[in-house]
Design a binder for this molecule. Structure first.
Ligand code: SF4
Length: 231
């Protein structure tokens, strides 16, 4: 990234700090579409953004990294979002099927070396999918973790070599759910069963109401990120 682009992004990000997610998305669409894409794991945040994109620009390319380990409820949500908004989320497959990967390692590796499992099933597929695009939309919120707290609204993503836009960076969990319920946005039923953050089934547990919302991810490991949002 050159210095000029870095300065422009910092300036724009500062300007967007006080804007609503919809205003941020309108700016992103105006600036980057049709080279704008979005990754979603069908979390509540992603569903909210999809509902906003349905009104702003439904042709934005939206994809899910299909790890092969997602909950059935998560995969069904793709159909529900399509029925409501007409946005069909593309399922991006890893180079190896789960069966091929597990045969190569002699079994599942998510409980032994989750870094490698996430790299193979999320990070590398994302790298491949965003190649050639100018910007991607993510659903992260600053409140979710100390690491995510450092995110700008618009920033250069050096890991994947394109601009990253975080329209919900400023939203609290309460603001998110207020929007979802007010707009009848389809969401994963697991959220009502104690799962505030939903990833792959083997690496996601329900949490108590007073626990950190990502504390049910990779329990037993010192990690709360799969590698897509780490710098
Ligand atoms: S979240 Fe778990 S199952 Fe999913 S890719 Fe990462 S380690 Fe593998």
């Amino acid at each position: 990234m050159n210095q000029q682009l870095d300065l422009e992004l910092r300036y724009m990000s500062a300007q967007l700090e006080s804007r609503t997610p919809q205003q941020i998305l309108r700016w992103a669409v105006h600036t980057y579409h049709p080279k704008l894409c979005m990754a979603t794991a069908f979390g509540a945040e992603g569903c909210a953004i999809i509902s906003m994109l349905a009104e702003i620009e439904p042709d934005v390319h939206v994809f899910n990294l299909n790890t092969g380990y997602q909950f059935t409820e998560t995969l069904e949500l793709r159909e529900r979002l399509f029925e409501k908004y007409g946005i069909l989320v593309k399922m991006v497959e890893s180079e190896e099927s789960v069966e091929e990967m597990e045969n190569r390692f002699g079994g599942p590796i998510h409980h032994i070396i989750p870094d490698e499992c996430c790299r193979l099933r999320k990070v590398e597929p994302l790298r491949k999918e965003v190649k050639g695009w100018s910007a991607w939309i993510s659903s992260i919120r600053r409140q979710q973790s100390p690491h995510r707290a450092k995110s700008d609204i618009a920033e250069w993503d050096a890991k994947f070599n394109l601009v990253k836009i975080n329209p919900l960076a400023n939203w609290s969990r309460q603001e998110l759910w207020k929007y979802i319920l007010a707009n009848d946005v389809p969401y994963n039923p697991l959220h009502d069963r104690g799962f505030p953050s939903i990833g792959c089934a083997p690496c996601t547990l329900p949490v108590c109401a007073d626990e950190d919302e990502r504390s049910g991810r990779w329990t037993g490991f010192n990690r709360t990120e799969c590698g897509l949002h780490t710098r």
